[in-house]
Design a protein around this ligand. Structure first.
Ligand code: C5P
Length: 205
């Protein structure tokens, strides 16, 4: 069984994908980490994330910095969003995602284009979303708990910028895949959102 989980930044799709993987006993791939690793590599190389050549060169590192401690930072997220607009970068990362998706026994993948591009043949497609306000507030609390002081309005502005870039790029823009089940968790707890996702998978498979 292939489960595709797509959605915008800070929507909780990663949490839901991990919970589904644990519940159904499937391996999980957070595809955003691949783009983050490329963005991070471009930065370390002193390259320009908006330059397709620099970004493509950063994909040829075999281990893609997948364990770099800076991978989950907001800065790296911004770099990831910039390198991910280049079609050559998306193409370079396609095969490993496809291989992961189609492995024997199934898999859960989360990202922006899993149900539309990487696994349009997925058995179940979920689109996890929430209002900008709800996402900004959750991200703000996470950062505050980690001892990082940032204005809520700055986080909301960053989320809007990322939504805009991810939704308006020409190649593999963020879209609700055909046949996807939409979970808007603006007013849900984490547990409620996870339960809704498990229910949707049970119903669709
Ligand atoms: O999901 P995450 O925030 O880690 O993703 C970082 C960036 O990588 C996203 O803003 C998006 O631009 C890009 N991305 C993508 N396609 C995916 C996963 C992530 O373009 N499948």
């Amino acid at each position: 069984m292939i489960i595709a989980v797509d959605g915008p930044t800070a929507s909780g799709k990663g949490t839901i994908a991990r919970a589904l993987a644990a519940h159904f006993g499937l391996p999980h791939l957070d595809t955003g980490l691949l783009y983050r690793a490329v963005g991070r590599q471009v930065f370390l190389d002193g390259g320009d994330p908006d330059d397709g050549g620099d970004a493509l060169a950063a994909t040829s590192f075999p281990d893609l910095l997948l364990h770099d401690p800076h991978l989950r930072s907001e800065e790296t997220g911004g770099l990831a969003s910039r390198v991910s607009v280049h079609p050559a970068v998306r193409q370079a990362l396609f095969e490993r995602q496809r291989v992961f998706a189609t492995q024997a026994g199934g898999a859960v993948l989360d990202g922006r284009d899993i149900g539309t591009v990487i696994a349009p043949d997925a058995d179940v497609k979920l689109f996890v979303t929430a209002s900008v306000e709800a996402r900004a507030e959750r991200r703000w609390k996470e950062m505050r708990d980690a001892g990082i002081e940032v204005a809520l309005s700055d986080i909301a502005a960053d989320i809007r910028r990322r939504d805009e870039r991810d939704s308006n790029r020409a190649d593999a823009p963020l879209r609700v895949a055909e046949g996807a089940f939409v979970i808007d968790n603006s007013a849900m707890t984490r547990e409620q959102a996870t339960a809704a996702a498990i229910e949707a998978v049970e119903a669709a498979r």
